[in-house]
Design a protein around this ligand. Structure first.
Ligand SMILES: [Fe+2]
Length: 342
């Protein structure tokens, strides 16, 4: 039977690869954005957010020295996760991630998608694609896209297909692709994989050809987002299926993304981290869906991973957590890095 030998949770925020002096590019969008943010389960406009959080003195945490220290610590944590991954030498890795309008455009958004390609390509953007992006996103491309040429990563069609069959036998209707899905290049921002996967390829795999199965969850886009309980049940089913697989493979499971953003909510993040450490699932799932929206919806990938790791006897610990504030209203990205090991 296959064994799950490692779990990793890793933030993938563009802010991690944006020089602190350029965070203003993100901040400008935050303060001008017509769309309200999600904060503590409610929709709030920037001015309301600023009024609500004014007494937290978050502007003090925008000090360049503090921000640079937090970025340096985040990169140390990513290096540590990458070393742990290399030391574990898993045969196959499952990545729970979320497309953010990069691979699936408005024509289709699968709820749960298991990808069974022989290979997956991570590609630099074309100049045309780069032009379609806001500058604060393009500037962070080095975090998840190849520097010059396309990088190819092997998939694992046998495991992917087995997981699809297991899911279909366990009340999950799954979208399956037997090759890399690519959005219409005339409209897409990339022709490669979404940043949730590209970040792991570059920062954790370090561009090594690791056999893997990407599993995409539509955490982000209404109206067909699975709720947190459903993501947990889905992950649990995936974990059980892996452990029942008639194969002696050693499998790693990675969650890409999170925690709270683009409004940093340290209380919420600490609760999530504590619930993961203590295995307190009731608590983990007790938050209203309003907490799991926008960037913070990526916490659902962590919840799915947490489900997959149940009964695997792996122990969880936090490598680091850094709140990266870019406005006095507390917009920014939180960056959490956790590991589950024997
Ligand atoms: Fe993301």
């Amino acid at each position: 039977m296959a064994t799950i030998v490692l779990g990793i949770g890793c933030a993938h925020a563009p802010q991690l690869h944006t020089p602190v002096g350029e965070w203003e590019l993100h901040a400008q969008r935050d303060t001008k954005d017509a769309e309200p943010f999600w904060y503590k389960g409610e929709r709030v406009k920037y001015a309301e957010l600023l009024a609500q959080r004014g007494d937290q003195n978050l502007g003090e945490q925008m000090d360049v020295k503090i921000c640079n220290e937090r970025i340096a610590k985040s990169h140390e944590a990513i290096d540590r996760l990458s070393e742990i991954f290399a030391d574990a030498q898993p045969d196959i890795t499952i990545i729970f991630g979320n497309d953010q309008g990069e691979m699936f455009l408005d024509d289709i958004r699968p709820v749960f998608s298991i990808m069974g390609g022989e290979k997956f390509e991570n590609m630099p953007r074309t100049d045309e694609q780069a032009k379609r992006l806001p500058p604060n996103i393009h500037i962070a491309d080095e975090g998840h896209l190849p520097d010059d040429e396309t990088k190819v990563f092997p998939g694992h069609p046998v495991l992917a297909r087995y997981l699809v069959e297991s899911a279909m036998n366990n009340d999950f209707d799954i979208t399956y692709s037997h090759r890399q899905y690519r959005a219409d290049p005339a409209h897409a921002h990339t022709s490669g994989m979404p940043h949730a996967y590209g970040f792991i390829y570059k920062q954790i795999f370090r561009n090594n050809p690791v056999p893997h199965v990407p599993i995409d969850i539509n955490t982000f886009f209404p109206p067909n987002q699975p709720d947190a309980s459903r993501c947990y049940a889905f992950g649990r089913m995936i974990g059980k299926a892996v452990r029942a697989w008639d194969n002696d493979a050693r499998v790693a499971v990675i969650a890409s993304g999170g925690l709270s953003h683009p409004v940093v909510d340290e209380d919420f993040d600490r609760d999530i981290i504590h619930a993961m450490e203590s295995g307190d699932l009731k608590y983990l799932l007790s938050y209203r869906e309003g907490y799991y929206q926008s960037g913070s919806s990526e916490i659902k990938s962590w919840i799915a991973m947490h489900g997959a790791l149940q009964d695997s006897y792996l122990k969880c610990h936090l490598i680091d957590y850094q709140p990266l504030y870019r406005t006095p209203a507390g917009t920014g990205s939180s960056a959490a890095f956790m590991v589950w090991q024997l």
